[in-house]
Design a protein around this ligand. Structure first.
Ligand code: RFL
Ligand code: PHB
Length: 391
């Protein structure tokens, strides 16, 4: 079998790339290691930037998003038992964000793909790619209990942080920049209406907390926990008590409690691999870069990578020029590093590092107070959060 673009990984990056290539008349195949139900249920992101929503709509995946997605015009920052609202449209040029879960984006893209899209194979792990220095790489994968091969013109790694694509680039040709954080997140889903209209990011001496949502009846909540913590350390009552303590303000506010339906501990990491291309292999999404989720940027970066890549493949097909493909890595890395910096800043300002000194704590409060009192400081946060026009 031969295809123009072989996409490794059927997460949001791989599925959307396939959709964009298909709408431009380019053929591709998506190989996904896991089964469909697993991919559709993996709990992850919740916030989509305007540009992400625009691309999803243009790809045909906007119908349910427009019906069920919740448009948010602001976020709340809580610290020092105070609350401060960041109004996104007035601090940017009218930008807002959407609350629409990654699970739903993935379900919508899979449904489109299986309907009339290019081939998407589940339970098809890729284990090797040969000939990436030549013009016709060969991809080796397993499917239906048999070893299979696929030749292609290009390979795109959309296989996430634990995939194989990044390792196809020889050590001598790449550089990886990394940071780990001295805390993790405990993420929970609860069958209870959200206690707020907009997301709340809370800094407290007890650690960070985030109140998000999935629908008018389902809340999504996160707590900073020590690295190595286990969901077993966190019975439901303890989670609600801790959320209550960290989200508390002087003034009226009540946290709604309800049945917790899922709990997981997530590490916090930053990582960037440069360049995002080697020979006929391109990297997109989490396989090239990850950010701690505090800035809500991971999924949005993945969407912006594959949008640039689809444009570059279309340009090659239309004009014969590889200009945009050659510029792909530099184009994306500019946005990636901006998002890395913003995510780092949000993370280190809002979390409590177990090793931090009282001096560090005062600096955090001063920074938060600055955001709350200066429209310039607030605009810097708002522009990054709602999404910048780069690349
Ligand atoms: P994914 O989603 O990890 O998908 C990769 C896919 O590749 C498959 N795969 C393979 N397939 C074939 N052969 C192999 N050898 C393979 N190896 C792996 C995997 O099974 C998988 O299906 O990467 P992708 O597509 O790049 O998408 C990235 C996003 O998932 C990620 O950036 C976001 O979830 C990050 N993120 C958030 N991003 C936002 O923009 N806004 C948010 O609000 C937000 N919240 C979050 C987040 C991530 C979180 N976690 C779990 C770290 C909240 C959390 C808690
Ligand atoms: C989420 O709803 O899962 C979510 C929202 C905002 C973040 C991270 C996660 O910064």
């Amino acid at each position: 079998m031969h295809t123009t673009v072989c996409i490794i990984g059927g997460g949001p990056a791989g599925l959307l790339l396939a959709r964009l290539l298909h709408t431009s008349g380019l053929d591709c195949v998506v190989l996904e290691r896991r089964e469909r139900a697993y991919v559709e249920q993996r709990q992850r992101a919740g916030i989509l930037e305007q540009s992400t929503v625009d691309v999803l709509r243009a790809s045909g995946a906007g119908e349910r998003l427009d019906r069920e997605g919740m448009v948010h015009d602001g976020i709340e920052l809580r610290f020092d038992r105070r609350t401060h609202r960041i109004d996104l449209p007035s601090l940017t040029d009218g930008r807002r964000v959407w609350v629409y879960a990654q699970t739903e984006v993935v379900k919508d893209l899979i449904a489109l793909q299986l309907d009339d899209g290019p081939p998407l194979l589940f339970e098809a792990p890729v284990h090797a790619v040969e000939g990436i220095d030549g013009t016709r790489p060969t991809v080796r994968y397993t499917h239906g209990g048999r070893e299979q091969t696929l030749t292609c013109d290009y390979v795109v790694g959309c296989d996430g942080f634990h995939g194989i694509a990044r390792n196809l680039i020889p050590e001598s040709a790449k550089r990886t920049f990394e940071r780990t954080y001295p805390y993790s997140w405990l993420g929970v889903l609860a069958d209870v209406p959200p206690s707020c209209d907009e997301l709340i990011y809370a800094h407290s001496p007890r650690g960070f907390a985030l109140h998000s949502m999935r629908s008018p009846t389902v809340s999504r909540l996160y707590l900073q926990v020590p690295n190595g913590a286990s969901p077993a350390d966190w019975p439901d009552e303890r989670i609600w008590d801790e959320l209550d303590a960290r989200l508390a303000i002087d003034g009226d506010w009540t946290l709604n409690r309800g049945p917790i339906t899922a709990k997981a501990v997530l590490p916090m990491r930053s990582s960037v691999t440069e360049p995002m291309r080697y020979g006929r292999v391109f990297l997109a999404g989490d396989c090239a870069h990850i950010v701690p989720p505090t800035g809500a940027k991971g999924l949005n970066l993945a969407v912006s990578d594959v949008t640039a890549l689809a444009r570059a493949f279309t340009h090659l097909r239309n004009t014969g020029s590889t200009d945009l493909l050659d510029a792909y890595s530099d184009t994306c890395l500019r946005r990636v590093w901006r998002a890395e910096h913003f995510s780092y800043l949000m993370t280190t300002t809002l979390h409590t590092d177990p090793r931090q000194s009282p001096f560090d704590s005062r600096l955090q409060l001063s920074q938060l107070d600055r955001i709350a009192s200066s429209p310039h400081a607030a605009a810097e946060l708002a522009e990054n959060y709602a999404g910048l026009d780069i690349g």
